[in-house]
Write a protein that binds this ligand. Structure first.
Ligand SMILES: *Cc1c(COP(=O)(O)O)cnc(C)c1O
Length: 432
């Protein structure tokens, strides 16, 4: 409720935050005070001083249809009156069943069961546990995993273990299980990576996990479907289970509903989160083939998948996902995805004229390029802070990954907003 204290308490929010809160991925000693956001609408965030920010990172890659979307709000408020939560062992409910049915209808045809969790990291944990226990249940245990260098699969221990090794994982090295890495098969490297893969894939490899076509946190590194098809078939020849971590690439980001839709070979397991609820609620999904599911069926209880979370398949979260799916599949949103993809493609031509830009890449609504002025390419590069602040000062929220600048706009972003963001990026490039 508003009171005469409200304006002051909002102004003080940053200071109050600093007194009690520890933020993610933030060096609390040197980070500037966080910006208090009081409301948001479409692609725009509004801070306590009334300043506007264009959310060109879709609030950490989750937002598809814009903030505070009225249709999602209405569906959530209806669901809240009916059923807010129920234990998901021994019980079920309409939103969970309907969401599973609708997801399976959209995913590659070999996906046949849906397991719910809370976020991208847990979706990956579940996929890994399914893969390891699949082999265990068959009585033919396999313990090896192959992943790609520079991969990011989340921050919990299993997800960290299959991610690339970096400063993020260094303190935990002794606790991370061994993983064999293949270099990312970027353009020009395909044959070399396939040669290496032929040696790495054996009948001892339990699972091969990848972010299909785009490695997100690793710097929006992109590679072609052809080589991924070849890697998937190589894995298959040895019975290795293929896990597609589509936590970032899912729900239209790559121009198709899923990155796997660009592929001929299909994964055995898929991980979804981020855009799943349109960015409104935390929800994760792991899907698998019938063959994997069947390996857990037994009169012997020890073959059960002993995994679950308190809020598994929360009805509110499932409802936001259903509402988001209605919006995503609408002709309007599909046209917007196309419109943003074309707009990015035109901007790519403009970017090519800047000497401070290198390695421009685009897939669907994802646009990324390297800033070359800094000379180095570390996540801790100072050009990162310079670019972040420059754009934020001009009302554009972009969070460079080291020297990699990228755009991942919500699909409701207007042409005018896109052009404004591009223009600020060009000012940055001219200033470097
Ligand atoms: C963000 C991300 C995750 C982790 O998801 P969280 O919800 O942040 O735990 C996993 N995999 C990929 C590809 C991601 O981009």
């Amino acid at each position: 409720m508003l009171s005469e204290n409200t304006p002051t308490s909002l102004q003080n929010l940053s200071e109050r935050d600093k007194a009690v809160i520890w933020h993610p991925f933030t060096q609390m000693q040197t980070a500037p005070l966080p910006i208090p956001i009081v409301r948001a609408n479409g692609s725009v965030l509004y801070d306590a001083d009334g300043r506007e920010y264009l959310d060109m990172v879709a609030s950490w890659w989750v937002n598809l249809h814009g903030h505070a979307h009225p249709y999602i709000a209405q569906r959530v408020s209806e669901q809240l009156q009916v059923l807010e939560h129920v234990i998901f062992a021994g019980f079920t409910h309409q939103p969970a069943v309907e969401l599973a049915e609708r997801l399976l209808a959209l995913l590659p045809a070999n996906q046949s069961k849906v397991f719910y969790s809370d976020n991208g990291s847990t979706a990956v944990e579940v996929a890994l546990k399914m893969a390891f226990q699949y082999w265990h249940n068959l009585g033919a245990p396999r313990y090896k995993v192959i992943a790609l260098e520079g991969a990011y699969h989340g921050d919990t221990f299993g997800a960290m273990a299959v991610s690339g090794r970096s400063a993020f994982t260094a303190p935990f090295m002794p606790f991370l299980f061994d993983v064999e890495y293949l270099p990312t098969p970027i353009a020009g490297q395909e044959d070399a990576v396939l040669d290496q893969a032929k040696k790495l894939f054996t009948n001892e490899v339990a699972a091969f996990i990848v972010e299909p076509l785009v490695q997100g946190s690793g710097g929006m590194v992109m590679y072609e479907p052809g080589v991924l098809n070849d890697l998937f078939s190589l894995a298959r020849q040895h019975g290795t289970l293929v896990i597609a971590d589509e936590v970032m690439t899912g729900f239209g980001r790559t121009g198709k509903l899923f990155a796997s839709d660009h592929l001929r070979e299909k994964p055995d397991l898929m991980c979804l989160s981020k855009g799943l609820t349109g960015g409104t609620m935390a929800l994760g999904v792991t899907t698998c083939t019938q063959v994997i599911y069947d390996a857990f069926l037994s009169g012997d209880k020890s073959k059960t998948l002993f995994h679950g979370h308190s809020f598994t398949a929360n009805p509110i979260a499932c409802t936001t996902a259903l509402a988001s799916m209605d919006l995503l599949l609408s002709a309007e949103t599909q046209a917007s995805i196309q419109r943003i993809s074309e707009s990015h493609a035109a901007f790519v031509q403009r970017l090519r004229t800047y000497s401070t830009v290198d390695n421009i890449r685009q897939l669907g609504t994802l646009l990324a390029f390297d800033l070359t002025a800094g000379g180095q390419t570390s996540y801790f590069n100072s050009i990162r802070d310079q670019a972040y602040t420059f754009l934020l000062d001009r009302g554009v929220l972009m969070r460079p990954l080291g020297n990699v600048l990228y755009m991942m706009p919500p699909y409701c972003t207007t042409d005018e907003q896109l052009q404004y963001a591009y223009a600020q990026v060009e000012k940055l490039l001219a200033s470097l």
